[in-house]
Design a protein around this ligand. Structure first.
Ligand SMILES: [Zn+2]
Length: 234
């Protein structure tokens, strides 16, 4: 899916979903991918957003630290959180003086975002439905989202036409290449399809982003098996 490699290591199965890893780039994935109906059903179960709202203040602070670290590199003030959940990063960006927008597939989360942080702009729907009147963006924020996507190329193909040249991308996702990932892949607590469907390594992420017009600036050091990528749109 990422590097064109054709040799895959079977990584076991979780709840009947078989997993494979690319021998070339380490990208790991569920195969076959569950259908759209099964994936949509997961999001309907995300009723736990009430407890998310309780932790919102701390999450705003964390997002603010992350955004402040990189916002000066962005060519402008237009910020988009893809997979904005209850709007904590949108609020953080707004407090930092950015024009803050958020999109999320989950209606309920976006409803909560509207109530908790009414200063932001929100839209509920898939990335393909990003409102045209929102224009283009200078800072893309995506925290723990891409691992849920069955077709990341289609996802980024819908996103990148709306990203300005020079824009900053801050993306986090589990790190399948991290030294702390268990030898038996399915023992890793990030492996729970059909919720998480794809797992990047640094190598796979660099190749993926390059294909979509982004150069990796750096991977932040992280003791836990998570990728925190800073990239720039060419
Ligand atoms: Zn590969």
């Amino acid at each position: 899916m990422i590097c064109g490699g054709a040799e895959f290591t079977p990584l076991g199965a979780h709840k009947g979903h078989a997993l494979f890893g690319c021998r070339e780039c380490g990208f790991s994935f569920v195969h076959p991918m569950p259908g759209a109906a099964e994936i949509t059903a997961i999001y309907d179960q995300y009723g736990s957003n009430q407890s998310y709202a309780g932790k919102a203040k701390r999450k705003v602070q964390r997002a603010r630290r992350r955004i402040r670290r990189y916002m000066k590199r962005a060519p402008g003030k237009r910020f988009l959180d893809v997979g904005c959940n209850v709007g904590t990063a949108v609020e953080a960006a707004r407090e930092l003086g950015l024009e803050a927008y958020g999109i999320d597939i989950d209606n309920e989360s976006v409803g909560i975002a509207h109530n908790l942080f009414p200063g932001g702009h929100y839209h509920a729907g898939p990335i393909e439905s990003l409102p045209p009147e929102w224009g283009n963006f200078d800072f893309i924020y995506s925290a723990e989202v891409i691992e849920h996507i069955s077709d990341p190329h289609a996802y980024f193909a819908a996103l990148t036409p709306r990203v300005n040249s020079g824009a900053v991308l801050y993306l986090t996702t589990p790190d399948a290449g991290h030294w702390r990932v268990p030898k038996k892949f399915t023992d890793w607590d990030e492996v729970f399809p059909p919720d998480h469907l794809i797992y990047f390594t640094r190598d796979a992420m660099r190749r993926f982003l390059d294909r979509h017009g982004f150069d990796v600036v750096k991977f932040e050091f992280y003791l836990k098996p998570g990728l925190r990528v800073i990239a720039r749109k060419r």
